[in-house]
Design a protein around this ligand. Structure first.
Ligand code: ATP
Length: 314
């Protein structure tokens, strides 16, 4: 019998091709309608049996990630443990996170790590939970965790955890990400949105019921990148720009350099550009990095699958 000592799972970052935000609910969250899209920027999470739960983080932004029970990957381990019993499943887990998804950048890196930890512990503990069961546990950890398990392109409703995969042709899109100096706190960006809306003098409950953008869905079905570029939208963008005005320059620079569309990623401050092809994405990335409007750039493609165990070598 093979004894599994360590399991690694790889998990993608997400973009929101549409992010429609409703008024604040009684519980403080906002109802969303969003179109998630998983892209080829991956964190890797390794879990190994240990005496107690610990987490180490290396890579992009590692110093700003909690190294205790607040780490979303450790929260996922604890949530899964509550659902499975017996054998080594109640023992501790050493979690090692190799980060490439920037922290607090609007790309749900923390949620991604939680999803990867769920998938990896399910394997380490030979727990055999179904994808459906893992998705239910994911939804208790955070709004974006269920999508990080699913991957691809999907419509999210509620807080983003109620998912429907988007039916679309197997088009691969080429994106350029412009990473910013610094971070934006998601709750602060939502609070700024509420302030902006109430300063417009409209009772928040009276409007802003979020709706799926039929034009965006039609663009996805057509596989036409130019149409998709024109249809990208993010209700959080004005709020992110109010907190981080320099992002206006970044967005404008990408559009001037020929991007088919541009938007702030989730709650920001990463800026996202759609390119017509891999070659155009390379040109855009090179030109953008020369303009000084961002800290660094990355080229990614999407959609890609969600969190999955990396097969052991040998
Ligand atoms: P959102 O999911 O709201 O778009 P984000 O992408 O802007 O979030 P994350 O990188 O997910 O931001 O991190 C948000 C916060 O979560 C961080 O400030 C950090 O303190 C906390 N956090 C907890 N665990 C992790 C983790 N494993 N990786 C990154 N951040 C984590």
């Amino acid at each position: 019998m093979t004894i599994v000592t360590g399991v690694t799972a790889r998990v993608p970052a997400k973009l929101n091709l549409q992010l429609a935000v409703g008024p604040p609910r009684a519980d403080g969250y906002h109802d969303l309608v969003t179109v998630f899209h998983a892209v080829s920027l991956f964190d890797e999470v390794t879990v190994e049996a240990a005496g107690r739960d610990t987490v180490t983080v290396t890579g992009e932004g590692a110093g700003t990630v909690p190294h205790d029970g607040d780490n979303l990957a450790l929260r996922a381990v604890a949530a899964l443990r509550r659902q499975v019993r017996g054998g080594n499943r109640t023992a501790g887990v050493r979690v090692s996170i190799a980060k490439r998804i920037p922290v607090a950048a609007g790309m749900a890196g923390g949620s991604a790590d939680a999803a990867a930890a769920l998938v990896a512990c399910n394997e380490l503990w030979t727990a055999g939970l179904t994808a459906q069961r893992l998705a239910e546990i994911a939804a208790t950890i955070g709004s974006d965790v269920a999508f990080a398990l699913l991957g691809g392109t999907a419509v999210g409703r509620g807080r983003g955890e109620r998912l429907t995969p988007a039916l679309a042709p197997a088009t691969q899109y080429h994106w350029v990400l412009a990473f910013a100096d610094g971070q934006l706190s998601t709750p602060e960006v939502y609070a700024a949105l509420d302030r902006l809306r109430s300063s417009q003098g409209v009772a928040p409950q009276a409007k802003h019921q979020p709706d799926l953008d039929a034009g965006l869905m039609s663009a996805l079905r057509s596989g036409d990148a130019a149409r998709l570029g024109r249809a990208l939208s993010n209700d959080l963008q004005p709020a992110a720009l109010s907190l981080y005005p320099a992002l206006r320059k970044t967005l404008a620079a990408g559009l001037e350099l020929g991007a088919l569309g541009a938007l702030v990623a989730g709650s920001g401050p990463t800026c996202v550009f759609l390119a017509a092809s891999a070659e155009r994405a390379l040109e855009l990335a090179v030109s953008l990095s020369g303009t000084g409007v961002c800290r660094s750039v990355a080229r990614v493609t999407g959609p890609v699958p969600g969190a999955a165990v990396v097969p052991a070598q040998g």
